[in-house]
Structure formats: structure tokens, C-alpha cells
Design a protein around this ligand. Structure first.
Ligand code: PMP
Length: 402
């Protein structure tokens, strides 16, 4: 069964096996690295470390080849339907990736009167760059309209009917849509495979895949988007890695001009190794495992009145027409502040995220605790967490009341 599949995989994370008292429950912030990734980096740095794209000796040529191979690996991993026409651009993460699309592509594309639709309640990395693009254009006398991609308030999913209506009324003025694949607070799988149908064939779509790549199968052919941006470090590669994938677009290649300066060679090598590892482990099974753990946690929380789960944490379903949930659960204690709860959990060796979670337009009072799971996590860790949360379930006067 799944447990027999998972056990040896957990053993492959040195930081996990090296800290038996700790449960790492913050993979949505950054993922831990399997030994194969660390080995690949070691082999590269001790075997042929050099700069790329300019060599007369084998190490430099090998580095250049490794980077080109990594580009192809990214395309294959994402199910790129036309790898001969697309571009893979390496960045430091999703934030830089989305900003690159905004600054280096979007501002070139838009003219006066154009309209775009972007998220207003997702990660701020998929919100602020589009507003910055609008402001940059305004400085040049080009006025555009920025619409929020409509949300369904009750489910925190996008409202694709309202998006279709927006697209219909904007007509050809709608020139760009940005969406998020899996929400970093609600764990919601945002039904992005239906965005194309809502906006029509000609509107470029940019996908923030920061919380999906490495966690579930991502198939760009099926999603029919024009840009996909993710963080390598959340997909088990080294810190400081990320990707912009761009489909071959009208108007020439994305960021023409060849080499981008000295790339993060070791990071790119690690990304390739990470994608190999994830493919071998199987992203469909990783999804099944982490969603199962998320269900275990939400079930446990639903029995504790002291906690409120954000989003509709219990509506987990595999039916693709209904919103699915990923292994990421965010909640609040009704009396203990999120920060305090985070510290209490850390004192029990439970490493969670506890703050405003970088949600666009969130305020101070929106702080919450996020538990995000990956393949190395276990039901025992969830039960340990639920045990501590249950002990804290009675309102205790004076403990970090808000
Ligand atoms: N988008 C989403 C949905 C995220 O979850 C994150 C990371 N929390 C980011 C963007 C930003 O990623 P990075 O920190 O790697 O730039």
C-alpha cells in the first residue's frame, strides 16, 4: 500500500532522519531535500563546477550542457506540449519569476485601454507585480485596467462564470489573466484547467504553480496556459531556484538574448535532480499521500471546537469538476493568537508557519497557522500535532488572547 511506498522515501531525507524529535510541517514555505539532490550538487561542485555558456574546457562545456539538459527536464516534467517552441528561464523563485513576466513581457505587450485580470486574495507575489506593471505603464502614459479575478467567497475558489462574463464584456481589451494553481492559504486546487474555457483562446494566461509543482502531477498540455512559474526550492531543489516556463508566443521568444549572466549552476543542477526524484517517487502518489494526511488533520480539527479551519477544509474530493484540496491546512485557535500557537507548537518540535502567510491584502488580524505536508510526513506526526492542539483546545485565559 501507500505506507510501504512512503516509508523508504522518508528515509531519503537526511534532515528528517537526522532530527527524529522534529516534524517539519512547512513544506509550502520551502521543501526539504532528498539525498539524491544533495549528492547531485556535491558531484557537480566537486566534479565540474565552472561558469556556463562561455567555455573552452570540459568543465565549462559540461556546465553549459547540464543547464540545457535541465531546461529540457523542466519541460518534460511539466508535460510541455511543444518543447521545441517554449522557453525555460531560471530565476530565484516564484516571486522573481512572476515579476520577470510582468516587467519583461507584460509591459511590452500592453497598450492604452487594455485590461488584465489578476488575483487579489492569493499570494502577494501573484498580485503586486501586476500592479507594478500598471504603475510602470501609467508613468509612460499608458492606462490599463486591472480587474480582480473573481472569487467565490464561500469556497475561496475562482468564480469562472464571473470570469467568463468579465472576458465577454472586455472582449479584445482583455489581454492577460494571472491565476494560481493551488492556493497557499486554503490549499484549494483552483480549477485552473477551466480558465482557458472561461477567457477564450487568445488571452495569455500566467499560472503561479508554486504550490503545485512537486505536490501533484502538473500537465501544461491539459492546463493550456502560456506561462507557468514555480519555485525550485519548494520542489526539493536548492534555495534560490525557480522557473519561468513560457510557451512559444506571438511576438518572438520570451526574453531573447541568450545567456543571462552567471546562472545559479548548482541550483539548476539540483533542480534537475529534484525533478528526477519526484518523477521516480510519483507525483500522483505524493498527492494521494499528502491529501490523506491533510484529511486526517482537518478531520481531527473538526472535532475540536477551539479551532477554525480556513477555506472549506473538509470538502476533499477527487471529482475534477468539484474543487479539490491539497495537503495544506490553515487554521486558527479561537482564543490563542497564531504567533503564540506557532511558538507553542515549535516547543513541541512541530514546525509550522504562523503569520499572515504573505496573502495579498491580508491584515494583521488575518494571522493563522499553516500546516503544509510533503512525502516525508507521516500520520504519526499528524496525530502528535493533533494531540498538542487538543491539549490547547480549552480556552486558557491569559494565553495570548487576541
Ligand atoms: N506564490 C505562491 C502561491 C506561494 O505559495 C509562494 C511561496 N509562499 C510564492 C508565490 C513565492 O515563492 P518564492 O518565495 O519562492 O518566491
Amino acid at each position: 500500500g501507500l505506507r510501504e511506498w512512503q516509508r523508504p522515501l522518508r528515509e531519503q531525507f537526511p534532515i528528517v532522519t537526522g532530527h527524529p524529535g522534529l516534524a517539519y510541517l512547512d513544506s509550502a514555505a520551502t521543501a526539504q531535500k532528498p539525498k539524491a539532490v544533495l549528492d547531485a550538487v556535491q558531484a557537480y561542485l566537486t566534479g565540474c563546477n565552472a561558469n556556463a555558456g562561455r567555455g573552452t574546457y570540459t568543465w565549462a562545456n559540461r556546465t553549459t550542457a547540464l543547464i540545457e539538459e535541465a531546461r529540457e527536464r523542466v519541460k518534460a516534467f511539466l508535460g510541455d506540449p511543444a518543447p521545441g517552441r517554449s522557453t525555460v528561464w531560471f530565476t530565484s523563485g516564484t516571486t522573481e519569476g512572476l515579476r520577470t513576466v510582468a516587467r519583461d513581457w507584460l509591459v511590452r505587450e500592453l497598450s492604452d485601454g487594455d485590461e488584465i485580470a489578476v488575483p487579489f486574495a492569493d499570494h502577494e507575489a501573484n498580485h503586486l507585480p501586476w500592479l507594478e506593471a500598471r504603475d510602470l505603464l501609467a508613468e509612460r502614459g499608458v492606462r490599463i485596467t486591472v480587474h480582480p479575478v473573481p472569487y467565490q467567497q464561500d469556497s475561496h475558489d475562482y468564480d469562472l462564470e464571473a470570469l467568463a462574463a468579465l472576458a465577454a464584456s472586455a472582449g479584445e481589451r482583455l489581454r492577460f489573466v494571472a491565476v494560481t494553481h493551488v492556493h497557499h492559504v486554503y490549499g484549494a486546487d483552483m480549477n485552473v484547467h477551466r480558465v482557458r474555457e472561461a477567457v477564450g483562446p487568445d488571452v495569455p494566461i500566467c499560472l503561479d504553480a508554486a504550490q503545485s509543482v512537486g505536490h501533484l502531477p502538473v500537465d501544461l498540455g491539459a492546463l493550456d496556459v502560456d506561462f507557468a512559474v514555480f519555485s525550485g526550492h519548494k520542489a526539493m531543489a536548492l534555495p534560490g531556484t525557480g522557473v519561468v516556463w513560457a510557451r512559444g508566443l506571438r511576438g518572438g521568444p520570451f526574453r531573447p538574448g541568450g545567456w543571462q549572466g552567471t546562472p545559479n549552476t548548482a541550483g539548476i543542477v539540483s533542480l534537475r535532480a529534484a525533478l528526477d526524484w519526484l518523477d521516480a517517487a510519483g507525483t500522483a502518489r505524493i498527492e494521494e499521500w499528502t491529501v490523506g494526511l491533510g484529511v486526517r488533520l482537518t478531520d481531527g480539527l473538526s472535532r475540536l471546537d477551539a479551532y477554525e479551519v480556513l477555506g472549506c477544509g473538509l470538502s476533499l474530493t477527487a471529482d475534477s469538476t468539484v474543487q479539490r484540496r491539497q495537503g495544506l491546512v490553515t487554521f486558527r485557535h479561537r482564543a490563542i493568537g497564531a504567533n503564540d500557537l506557532g511558538f507553542i507548537l515549535a516547543s513541541h518540535g512541530l514546525l509550522v508557519r504562523a503569520d499572515g502567510l504573505c496573502q495579498a491584502r491580508a491584515g494583521e488580524s488575518d494571522a493563522s497557522v499553516r500546516v503544509s505536508l510533503h512525502v516525508h510526513n507521516t500520520p504519526e506526526e499528524i496525530d502528535r500535532l493533533l494531540g498538542v492542539l487538543s491539549d490547547l483546545a480549552d480556552d486558557r485565559p491569559g494565553v495570548g488572547r487576541r
